[in-house]
Design a protein around this ligand. Structure first.
Ligand code: PMP
Length: 379
């Protein structure tokens, strides 16, 4: 099986998996309990927080462990919302559903929501962003790397532009497809909160974190035992968090080397598609993550191509796994991808587990199956 749907999830590092197994077997104690074994576990948890924080360019007291990016995004936006009547919230239309649908939930609570356009390349439209910021803007949420196309938003620049208009704006960034793949330093980016998810960088599923610059401002959305300084109640998934910190260490250490290798694989697939297919568009930005390649073919169904490739032992995606059961693709539509191309969209996404040879085989199969499908469709 050749797995090229790594934007949906990644295979866990073997060493991380072993560590999680070992901790669950031997160090299963509740970190809030009072005896020595539990205190040891609570120290492990703190160490995991400190190590993960280091890889994000911050320190442990700014990290909250969560159940993944969906929770981190919900916590950031709901937890930093305000009751002020005139407060405005700004979101790009390129956000993942775990941000976009929070925006809609706020809207149904009668909050003032503004949506910012994305360009035909899938990045935030700066003019649209700046037009939406004013002295009432309370929070802005922008995706770092698009889960649909891999388009990279220049977060540092956007933060500067936003703060020039209103220095008090809280800026949240969903970095789920960025962390471990491109350089991320939350202090350098100058964000107020930043979301990550372990299963996107070869860590376990159901495990994530939120960086928060100013913890004092964050209201909890889970109430209970008061864990994590009252900001996120619930017994901590200790082995998962230790596993996430470990995965972050491996991913960040190898980030540069992986980037180059994966870029070469993506370039190869692009070249082969360009040489062998017709009537298609690459949905990408000038500055695009090499981990994601989005292509829209005219006159075929991406979903059909996906299943034809599955028959050939190649797994790809057709867009965000969380929304792939929905008929449309909001992000591609907002980029202006035309209707007769939209349904023919596929997403190929790489990881450091892929080899150039398997990518070559998968590409051959993709082109073969594309040609079969195209011939069928034109009959
Ligand atoms: N944000 C982005 C950009 C994502 O790609 C995903 C995963 N598809 C999520 C949020 C949700 O992540 P999780 O599965 O950890 O809840």
């Amino acid at each position: 099986m050749i797995f090229l749907d790594n934007a949906s999830t990644t295979q866990i590092y073997d060493s991380v998996n072993k560590k999680i197994f070992e901790l669950n077997a031997q160090n299963f104690y509740n970190p809030s309990a009072l005896y020595g074994k539990a205190i040891e576990v609570s120290k492990m948890l703190q160490e995991a927080k400190d190590n993960l924080a280091k890889n994000l360019g911050t320190t442990g007291e700014h990290i909250i462990f969560t159940s993944g990016a969906t929770e981190s995004n919900n916590l950031a936006i709901f937890g930093l919302s305000t009751n002020k009547k005139d407060a405005e919230y700004v979101f790009s239309v390129g956000e993942h559903p775990s941000v976009f649908d929070v925006a809609n939930a706020l809207k149904s609570q009668n909050k003032i929501i503004k949506f910012v356009d994305i360009t035909k390349n899938g990045i935030v439209d700066e003019n649209s962003l700046l037009n939406s910021i004013n002295q009432n803007t309370h929070l802005v949420s922008i995706i770092h790397v698009s889960n649909e196309t891999g388009a990279i938003n220049d977060i540092k620049r956007l933060c500067k532009l936003i703060r020039k208009v209103n220095p008090k704006v809280i800026i949240h960034v969903d970095g789920t497809q960025a962390f471990g793949k491109i350089p991320v330093n939350v202090q350098d980016l100058d964000v107020d909160c930043y979301t990550i998810s372990a299963h996107k960088f070869h860590g376990p599923k159901g495990v994530g974190a939120l960086y928060v610059k100013n913890m004092e401002k964050l209201k909890p959305i889970f109430f209970g035992g008061g864990q994590q300084n009252n900001r996120r109640s619930g017994t901590e998934n200790v082995s998962g968090y230790v596993g996430m910190a470990m995965a972050s260490e491996i991913a960040c250490k190898n980030q540069l080397a992986n980037y180059e290798q994966i870029k070469a694989m993506r370039d190869y697939v692009k070249q082969e598609i360009s040489n062998n297919c017709k009537d298609f568009v690459f949905n990408e930005a000038e500055n695009n993550s090499p981990y994601i390649l989005s292509v829209s073919f005219k006159g075929i169904r991406g979903e059909v191509l996906l299943h034809m490739l599955e028959e050939q032992d190649v797994l790809i995606g057709i867009g965000s796994a969380c929304s792939s059961k929905k008929q449309s693709n909001r992000v591609l539509e907002n980029m202006g991808v035309q209707k007769d191309y939209l349904l023919g969209s596929i997403r190929i996404s790489f990881s450091s587990f892929n080899t150039p040879n398997e990518v070559k085989i998968a590409t051959q199969k993709l082109i073969e199956q594309y040609k079969i499908l195209k011939a069928k469709m034109s009959k």
